[in-house]
Design a protein. Structure first.
Length: 275
């Protein structure tokens, strides 16, 4: 396909997805077409209480098979009993989401007991509620492990089968604290920023080109010497940053494909190992 035709196609698709995005934004969700998830396997982390329990119950009402993960056995058992009243297709597992090995081992058990997971809901989260200098190191590490690192390990466990089947859905439950820094929640906010960044990177494998190191250093030093609060390189990223919350996801996908940004890391090999 010639560059001109590719540009015209990209432009047309961008306009179309803009229209679709605006339509979805103004039309109440209850009027939008919904996919059928009956019979699909849904794994919910942090299912023992709160949002995790409510999500589990709602999916059970939709006819899904539920897999409940939580470190709180009593809470998870209560969720299990409530889901059991709706459907017999439910399994509960005690999992410490701050431990990678525990996640991997339980994931293997789930695949053996039930099979492939269709919908993964990374919901588990903890909050210390302490100011940064008052928060013990161990609690900061725990917050990062559960709120962000666990997303890596659960997704690594179940994404391969989703890709091989070309079927699956991953949900990352974050927070507005993952979009804006919140006073008194430094560790929590950082962990949620990480969760949001992980989800975006998973959806868009790469949105940034590799940059010349000397140019980057020059810009950084200049920013320091002029007290510049934020520096984005190249300058076009300022536009992406501004529009990120306004542009429909499909438009970003189309533009990313046109500019080949998904391939920008294909040739990256890292530093050679030094003896």
């Amino acid at each position: 396909m010639s560059l001109v035709l590719e540009f015209l196609l990209t432009f047309a698709l961008s306009i179309w997805y803009w229209i679709v995005g605006i339509f979805k934004a103004v039309v109440p969700q209850k009027f939008l077409k919904q996919k059928n998830v009956k019979g699909q396997v849904v794994l919910v982390t942090g299912a023992g209480s709160g949002l995790g329990r409510l999500i589990s119950l709602r999916f059970a009402c939709l006819g899904c098979k539920l897999v409940l993960w939580d470190i709180d056995e009593n809470g998870n058992r209560e969720t299990y009993n409530q889901v059991k009243a709706i459907t017999s297709e439910v399994k509960a597992y005690k999992v410490d989401l701050s431990k990678r090995e525990d996640i991997y081992e339980t994931a293997v058990q789930v695949k053996s007991d039930i099979g492939d997971v269709d919908i993964l809901v990374n919901n588990a989260g903890i909050v210390t509620g302490k100011k940064f200098l008052e928060c013990p190191d161990v609690l900061i590490e725990k917050t990062m492990a559960v709120n962000s690192n666990a997303h890596f390990w659960t997704t690594k466990s179940f994404l391969p089968s989703m890709l091989s089947r070309n079927h699956g859905h991953i949900v990352s439950i974050a927070s507005s604290a993952g979009l804006f820094g919140v006073s008194g929640l430094c560790d929590y906010s950082a962990s949620k920023f990480a969760a949001v960044g992980f989800d975006e990177s998973l959806r868009f494998p790469s949105l940034l080109p590799l940059l010349d190191a000397d140019h980057v250093v020059d810009r950084i030093i200049t920013a320091v010497l002029t007290n510049q609060e934020m520096l984005l390189i190249p300058r076009s990223i300022y536009l992406f940053y501004l529009l990120k919350g306004l542009v429909p996801v499909k438009v970003v996908e189309v533009l990313s494909n046109f500019f080949s940004v998904h391939d920008s890391m294909d040739d990256f090999v890292g530093r050679s190992k030094q003896n």
